[in-house]
Design a protein around this ligand. Structure first.
Ligand SMILES: CC(=O)[C@@H](O)[C@H](O)COP(=O)(O)O
Length: 252
């Protein structure tokens, strides 16, 4: 029987325990960011290569985000957010080649990055055909959106996410659009391997508390998936047995 207790998974050759990946932008303070990461239980965090101030090149500046995160044991997932062309993404990923790379473009640029030796985790729309193409060119995972980035609208098309997951041979990570804990639970109930989120935690009234809720939701959703959902039925199915029921005629 499945259980979330020893439920590790592999992402780009790395064994992962937590199924949550958190973004590091938009937090009210660095302290809140660090506390939220801890509360979420995450091991892997994203940093935007183009937007973040990475501090000194050798990483010795103590306020450098890389230093703060790596000394706390977080693995970094650099992302190429802000790149609008394949050339941009490739240039940015090559300039700062720490950890795995994430590319904003689709199959062509992903293929080029794979060819150059990157582990590519592409953010994509929720189209099963696109997801298949990205897997076919050698991406280490596919990361379909739940909804537009920063929208908090939740998983708009659970059916597509489920189709992507059913056909994929690489991890499927819902990336973007999560608004609250129940969205995370749904992603895992659908069988997804991970959820990447930023705004829902960073822009909540209490990011640390929301991060804790996301952590609990991930475990709940994953447990529900492993437990196996009951089949949906179109009609009522009484839960008490009807055999031996006293009929109205017998009592009159
Ligand atoms: C943080 C990151 O890398 C993005 O994938 C994105 O910002 C996530 O989207 P949300 O902010 O909607 O969670």
């Amino acid at each position: 029987m499945g259980t979330t207790e020893h439920d590790t998974w592999m992402l780009a050759g790395r064994e992962m325990t937590s199924r949550i990946i958190l973004g590091t932008a938009r937090y009210p303070s660095q302290e809140t960011l660090l506390e939220s990461l801890k509360a979420s239980g995450t091991e892997l965090v994203t940093v935007a290569l183009r937007r973040v101030n990475v501090g000194s090149a050798d990483g010795t500046d103590p306020t450098n985000l890389y230093t703060l995160l790596t000394e706390r044991g977080y693995a970094l997932l650099p992302n190429t957010a802000g790149c609008f062309t394949a050339a941009d993404a490739i240039l940015t990923a090559r300039a700062r080649p720490r950890g795995a790379g994430r590319v904003a473009d689709q199959a062509g640029s992903a293929q080029e990055l794979v060819r150059r030796g990157f582990q590519v985790l592409p953010y994509t729309n929720d189209d099963p055909v696109t997801a298949r193409k990205l897997e076919d060119v050698g991406c280490s995972a596919v990361m379909p959106l739940g909804a537009p980035i920063g929208s908090g609208l939740g998983i708009r098309n659970p059916h597509n996410i489920q189709l992507i997951k059913e056909r994929a041979n690489v991890p499927v990570i819902v990336d973007a659009g999560v608004g609250t804990a129940s969205d995370v639970a749904i992603a895992f109930e659908l069988g997804c391997d991970g959820v990447l989120m930023n705004t829902a935690v960073a822009r909540s009234r209490n990011p640390v508390q929301m991060a804790r809720a996301m952590n609990a939701a991930a475990r709940a959703g994953r447990d529900a998936f492993l437990a196996g959902r009951m089949p949906r039925k179109f009609y009522a199915d009484a839960s008490s047995p009807s055999e031996g029921m006293i009929s109205p005629l017998e009592t009159s």
